[in-house]
Design a protein around this ligand. Structure first.
Ligand SMILES: [Zn+2]
Length: 69
């Protein structure tokens, strides 16, 4: 640990995307102490949150249409 507080990540999605993301977090959370890896990522990894939104918005429609099957 560097001794610096990690910057908090910001979820840049829409309100409905946020609700879906929170539901996913709840399903995969194993929180205790210290907080679980899922919550650690959600709170501190801006690139991960942005990447999740990118995949959801660009690849998910193609996956749901079976474009990759
Ligand atoms: Zn958790």
């Amino acid at each position: 640990m560097s001794g610096r507080a990690a910057a908090l990540a910001y979820f840049r999605g829409t309100h409905s995307e946020r609700r879906e993301f929170e539901a996913v977090l709840e399903r995969h959370c194993t929180c205790g102490y210290p907080r679980c890896a899922v919550h650690e990522m959600a709170m501190t990894e801006q690139r991960a949150l942005d990447g999740l939104l990118f995949v959801r918005r660009t690849l998910r429609p193609a996956l749901l249409e079976g474009e990759f099957s």
